[in-house]
Design a protein around this ligand. Sequence first.
Ligand code: FES
Ligand code: FE2
Length: 384
Amino acid sequence: MGLPENIFDPRHYAGARQDVRDATTLPPWCYASESFYRREIERIFMKTWCFVGHAGRIPKTGDFACIDYAGAKLILLRDRDGRPRAYANSCRHRGMALLEGEGHCRAIKCGYHGWTFGLDGALVAAPEMSATPGFDAQDWGLKEVRLETFRNLMFVDFSGTAPPLVRHIGDLAEKLAPYDLENQVLVRRTEYDVACNWKVYVENFMDYYHTPTVHRTSLASGDLSVYHRNPPTVERGTGEYMSLYAKHKGTAALLVGATGFPPMPSLSRRAVEGSTFACVFPCALLANTKDCVWHVEIHPRGPDRIRLAVGACFHPETVARPDFQEIVGRYYQRWDVSVKEDNDVNELQQRGVSSPLAEAGRVSPMEALSHTHRNWVLDRVIGR
Ligand code: FES
Ligand SMILES: [Fe+2]
């Protein structure tokens, strides 16, 4: 009960390491302990590609958005070449946060002493600094964090040394080809503070065991109950991801009984008959159904807190429809309802696992994806 002396002793994780049929969950401290979280930052978030949202959030040159990812404050900004970049949101003079929120700028001027940085990060003005011996503006540009995109989905690599993003995504790119992600239009992005560990959220997203209870009235009846009848299998490929494919009638993006847009024109192969849900490790959640795609950004903020963002994208032909605005509200309603249902249950789970009385539990084979995620985390935090 409570925290053992050495939470990193691999013996504590023997249960979670079993095949899913025999497995237990992670010990509860993995979701609540500050030191476990610190190690995740060090060994996961600072080492591999972190998903920071759709580039449609900063569509034009000079558009920016500030984020806080696992403690790192970043400015996401579209440069003059049209490329999304990521800069540390700290002035190179005395560290002042340079920008807040989101907006548009022609240059980044620090509000403290007026140092000004170009959209390429270069220091272009530093008042009075000519009196400082040996000061060369060229040495004092903004610190840049490596950013690459996969079909407009932005990922950052704080280490600067992770293998290229294309390898991290691997053959998921082919699985998602029918969705024409490159051209999907980001039409809405909503943010939430959720008082839960980042893994609680991922495990919930990849778990369809809870659909008939948590989403009883919103999603569970009708065609989506297919998840319950046919437990999805974990698909792994050449990249750092896991996915599941579920065959169903209609779309996965509307509430029970609602009707929406026809399938997007680019669909082919199995995408015509079902949906693909993917988690690009550690926590990029990508949902792809017949008439739209959506993604979930999880920005870890502490062992028991995340900032969540849900981005919704539609095919350009769908967005061009004269009835787009009239119909899209039904999709928004689906996300608003189901995201709240998940957020609520995730916060309650967090409350329970934070108790010293909580213990690891047994799992059902329907939780194979959550189990896979737990083991991916353990491989990195505890070692294989
Ligand atoms: S801290 Fe930015 S100019 Fe001084
Ligand atoms: Fe859910």
